[in-house]
Design a binder for this molecule. Structure first.
Ligand code: ACO
Length: 428
């Protein structure tokens, strides 16, 4: 806490509000006493100027294109780390020593199976159900199966629930895919890596051995690391808000999944690939650029723009390099990648996009990679949910252990009718 404060001139006199320093990043004005001292609220739809919590997990500098997890740059983690290591880092704050990493990996691998009765849940869904609809339902239903990890006041139970969620999410997502194509669910193989196991559960069949391609495994690992956490985005804030009432972790993560589904958030990777396919050829790019710039057309370039990154999205750079690597390995010449590269080039040189600081985000290239690996488009957001689960549980744990934590309860600027008397229907 700094000893600085800001003075605000308000009706009825001036008020001092403390200014708080983070370890890095903008200072914040502590307005917690604003209402009790002045009778006024602040108005900030979309929370563009509001810090909803304090957090030591992830730092983003949108102007500089910096993303740090517990201080470590995302490109270093994507290059050198494993997903299990990043999970440990997000949850516990430090990179694990070898034995700790081994123990953590072992613990996660012991939780990968689903309760057998959960398989019957899947059968209740239509075959053409969107995997995110299944994820919302099945993850929420975990609270009905794992009662021994829903006491949120017990740190040990909180950690068991966190491990369960990280471990079971690949099994849940892969089963959603298997259900939609009518193939049997695959049990996890704990001798494989987290990503290798997920690839096998998604693309393997019980009738044949499945060999994990190391290039695809590395690409998946990078995709998971790049999506692992992103501070107080919409779905993470949803998890925190749901958790602030004391709801159990499985219910909170189901709420996060629901929020992630939207095309302005996690659904953008699916929307971006659909858009690239619709454009189809580089010749049609100018038409779509013109539509994106037209104020009367609701069309937006999906995979472009970000609430926080106003320079570049550091995750997009790694993603673009990975797209090249995967397509080369699989010997695929995908016209969609040509459209993506040309669209990026044209948009980055167009004054509209330059002035509004619109750059490709993490979702612009991820769809191209996932498509090349063989995932159906509907699975893209489910993969994002899988990878983001560790971020959600890390943020949820941090919130529950925060002594200053309160139930989240925003206020509003009321614009409705003032008080009036009820009129019986016969007199209306
Ligand atoms: N294409 C064309 N114009 C855009 C785009 C886009 N993708 N994104 C923003 N703009 C324009 C807006 O029309 C607006 O113009 P105006 O000032 O003339 O009205 C201006 O840029 C600012 O846009 P806002 O919507 O106010 O910015 P905000 O920070 O609220 O939105 C968002 C960020 C939702 C990501 C937006 O850029 C968008 O819809 N992008 C496409 C969807 C997408 O890719 N989402 C993924 C985000 S990353 C993630 O969730 C992992």
């Amino acid at each position: 806490m700094s000893d600085k404060s800001v003075k605000m001139e308000m009706p009825g006199g001036a008020h001092d509000f403390p200014v708080i320093d983070g370890t890095v990043g903008p200072q914040v004005i502590d307005i917690r006493k604003l209402y009790s001292e002045t009778g006024m609220f602040t108005f900030d739809p979309g929370y563009t100027s509001t810090a909803s919590c304090q957090s030591a997990i992830t730092y983003i500098d949108g102007e500089q294109g910096i993303l740090l997890h517990r201080g470590y740059p995302i490109d270093q983690l994507a290059q050198h780390s494993t997903f299990m290591e990043v999970c440990y880092l997000l949850l516990h704050g430090e990179l694990p020593a070898a034995q700790k990493l081994h123990d953590f990996t072992y613990t996660i691998s012991r939780h990968t199976m689903l309760h057998e009765q959960l398989a019957t849940f899947y059968r209740g869904f239509r075959r053409d159900a969107h995997p995110m609809a299944i994820m919302c339902g099945v993850v929420g239903a975990l609270s009905a199966f794992y009662h021994d990890s829903t006491d949120i006041t017990d740190p040990e139970q909180r950690m068991i629930a966190s491990h369960r969620l990280i471990a079971k999410m690949p099994t849940i997502a892969a089963s959603a895919h298997k259900y939609s194509i009518g193939q049997p669910f695959m049990y996890p193989d704990n001798s494989l890596s987290y990503t290798g196991n997920f690839l096998r559960m998604t693309f393997g069949v019980p009738a044949e051995p499945y060999e994990v391609n190391p290039i695809i495994e590395r690409a998946m690992r990078r995709i998971f690391i790049l999506h692992a956490d992103h501070e107080q985005n919409a779905s993470t804030s949803t998890v925190r808000l749901a958790g602030s009432s004391g709801a159990n972790p499985f219910a909170c993560i189901a709420a996060g999944i629901a929020c992630l589904w939207g095309p302005a958030h996690g659904g953008a990777n699916e929307a971006a690939l659909n858009m690239l396919r619709e454009i189809g050829t580089t010749k049609r790019i100018p038409e779509y650029i013109a539509r994106a710039k037209d104020k009367d057309d609701p069309f937006r370039l999906m995979g472009f723009g970000h609430r926080v990154y106003k320079n570049f999205d550091p995750r997009a750079k790694v993603m673009k390099a990975t797209a090249d690597e995967v397509l080369k390995e699989l010997n695929i010449t995908d016209p969609v990648l040509d459209v993506a590269k040309e669209l990026e080039h044209i948009a980055l040189n167009d004054p509209y996009f330059i002035d509004k600081k619109l750059y490709p985000n993490v979702d612009f290239y991820s769809g191209v990679i996932l498509n090349a690996i063989g995932f159906p488009t509907e699975m893209f957001t489910a993969l994002f949910a899988l990878a983001r689960t560790v971020g959600w549980v890390a943020q949820w744990n941090e919130m529950i252990s925060d002594p200053e934590q309160k139930i989240g309860r925003p206020r509003q600027l009321y614009t409705g009718a003032t008080q009036r008397d009820y009129v019986p229907v016969s007199k209306r």
